[in-house]
Write a protein that binds this ligand. Structure first.
Ligand SMILES: [Zn+2]
Ligand SMILES: [Zn+2]
Length: 90
């Protein structure tokens, strides 16, 4: 049974630090048959406004990659959230 821990000031499953670490190893997304770079957290929008706050969804620190499947991750090409990205369809 996963337990709830405090991770970067938030409540998270105790498996989450490993999930986030695993996401760091995945540098690209496959879109329409091409590998494109994943955006690091903070690159997608006004980092100045975000400040040092970790990603509200996956707890990535600015400059880290999001955990895989984080809804806050943006497409490097179209800037849409990755779950709404239509680059593959173009
Ligand atoms: Zn995230
Ligand atoms: Zn896209």
């Amino acid at each position: 049974m996963p337990r709830i821990i405090m991770f970067r000031g938030r409540k998270a499953l105790d498996t989450w630090p490993q999930e986030l670490a695993a996401g760091q190893a995945v540098k690209t997304r496959r879109v329409g048959g091409k590998e494109i770079q994943r955006l690091r957290y903070g690159a997608e929008e006004k980092l100045a406004e975000l400040g040092p706050e970790p990603c509200e969804s996956c707890c990535a620190n600015p400059g880290e990659l999001h955990a895989l499947g984080c809804y806050a991750e943006r497409c490097a090409r179209c800037a849409a959230p990755v779950d709404q990205c239509e680059c593959a369809a173009r």
